[in-house]
Design a protein around this ligand. Structure first.
Ligand code: PBG
Length: 324
């Protein structure tokens, strides 16, 4: 009876009600995190050309977006900063009065139901666009750790719930954990971009965050897309150093990695549906080549099905609005 014609898969697909009864994955807005790009000034809302629906905003406008996300039931926001001035070390990253730090304080005050995350990296703050300090034309790992730790503690002082290092330096999770604990922030968690690949799909983000490397690329510190075992080593290293949540990034081209990390670690897992994945679908939808709303749902639910507990997506609000 378990083979045709006794078993017929189509019986359970006949109506929306039957399909809903046997649906295996339910993605709800509280599992989504909305990225926000914050900059100096007031009343600023500049569209990002390659990411329709995404803006660079000043803190007051970021608060408007965060409030809207909260009203729609979105779980949290992750903040990226675009400073007015950049330098070789990225000193703007740990400025307690920086746009990210002010945005954290404003959002924690006015949208208390949201989890507030901050991206910890130097690439938006360095004049060369790399994720750490340079020595002989390459990113110097160990001196960068202290700068990342300073950035993370500055975000913690502002009130961040989770700090999210995205730099891919070795040892940064441990360095950040130690610095947070030392300053009394033992309750502030770390979501580490643990398996972050050197991806072509970050292109539009670098326009949004103005963080394109001035020379070379990031393959000296981000992972080779051909590797899967290495992702597990990266994830275990971050867990051992104190990561509370680990992340795989990008998401759609790394579904196998998401599934394996979840199965092998059982750790809380996030996946970042990145700028290029978002832009590619929207560009095709704009041309009428596919149905953008259906593609959005399919993309996001697939990431959850693979094993992600948390999905970072520029569609967080749109998904919350249209989900059935
Ligand atoms: C910063 C950072 C990047 C992204 C998140 N944090 C860009 C990069 O590594 O170049 C990409 C996010 C996206 O593409 O949506 N290091």
């Amino acid at each position: 009876m378990s083979a045709f014609p006794g078993w017929r898969g189509r019986r359970l697909r006949r109506t929306p009600a039957l399909r809903a009864l046997v649906r295996e994955t339910r993605l709800t807005p509280e599992r989504l995190i909305l990225p926000l790009f914050v900059t100096e000034g007031e009343g600023v809302r500049t569209p990002v050309g390659s990411m329709p629906g995404v803006w660079r905003t000043s803190v007051d406008e970021a608060l408007v977006d965060a409030r809207e996300a909260a009203e729609l039931g979105v779980g949290g926001v992750i903040l990226f900063g675009i400073p007015e001035r950049k330098d070789a070390e990225g000193t703007g990253a740990w400025d307690d009065q920086g746009a990210v730090q002010r945005a954290v304080r404003a959002i924690k005050d006015a949208a208390t139901e949201l989890a507030v995350l901050t991206d910890v990296c130097l690439c938006e703050y360095t004049d060369h666009g790399h994720c750490g300090v340079l020595r002989d034309g390459a990113v110097d790992n160990d001196p960068t750790l202290d700068l990342l730790a300073r950035t993370a503690t500055s975000h913690a002082r502002a009130g961040a719930d989770l700090v999210a290092p995205s730099d891919m330096m070795d040892g940064r999770v441990g360095a950040i954990r130690e610095a947070l604990d030392h300053e009394g922030f033992e309750q502030v968690g770390i979501l580490s971009y643990a398996a972050k690949y050197a991806s072509a799909f970050y292109g539009p983000f670098r326009e949004a965050a103005d963080s394109r490397p001035a020379f070379g690329d990031r393959s000296g510190y981000q992972m080779d897309p051909a590797n899967q075992d290495e992702a597990l080593r990266e994830v275990w290293a971050d867990i051992e150093e104190g990561a509370d949540v680990v992340m795989v990034k990008p998401a759609l081209s790394q579904l196998d990695v998401i599934q394996r990390v979840k199965r092998e670690t059982g750790w809380p897992l996030a996946a970042y549906h990145v700028s290029g994945e978002y832009a590619a679908i929207l560009a095709a939808a704009e041309r009428g080549w596919l149905d953008g709303e259906r593609a959005m749902r399919e993309a996001l639910v697939s990431i959850a099905r693979a094993g992600a507990d948390i999905v970072i997506t520029y569609w967080a609000r749109e998904f919350a609005r249209v989900r059935s």
